[in-house]
Ligand binder design. Structure first.
Ligand SMILES: [Zn+2]
Length: 107
């Protein structure tokens, strides 16, 4: 990643530019652990102040993790309804085969 871009939003660093200090870096590392993401930042790197604030804010972390869990939950639900649908189709197939077999028998 070149130094003209913010590592958080990947946008150009034209305004609201902050240079990461050692302390700032530690805050980002802690936040990325909580978020379960890997973000490549190093001391002296330029970032957007707003992006860093958003990334490290406990409130934003909490909200983003909740959104992530919700998305995963929604995906689970999608899989479940798909599985039910497949089972229903399968059941219909079996009934159809049975029906055909009966028809054949009583013809
Ligand atoms: Zn940014």
């Amino acid at each position: 990643m070149d130094s003209d871009h913010c590592p958080f939003c990947h946008g150009l660093l034209t305004q609201d530019v902050n240079t990461l200090t050692k302390k700032g870096l530690e805050g980002i590392k802690r936040a990325s652990e909580k978020r379960g993401v890997d973000i490549e930042v190093k001391e002296g790197q330029n970032i957007h102040g707003k992006c860093r604030g958003e990334f490290t804010s406990p409130h934003a972390i909490h909200r983003d993790l909740r959104l992530k869990r919700k998305r995963e939950h929604d995906d689970d639900n999608k899989c479940t309804s798909l599985a039910l649908y497949c089972r229903a189709v399968r059941l219909f197939d079996i009934l159809f085969v049975l029906f055909q077999a009966c028809e054949f028998t009583y013809r």
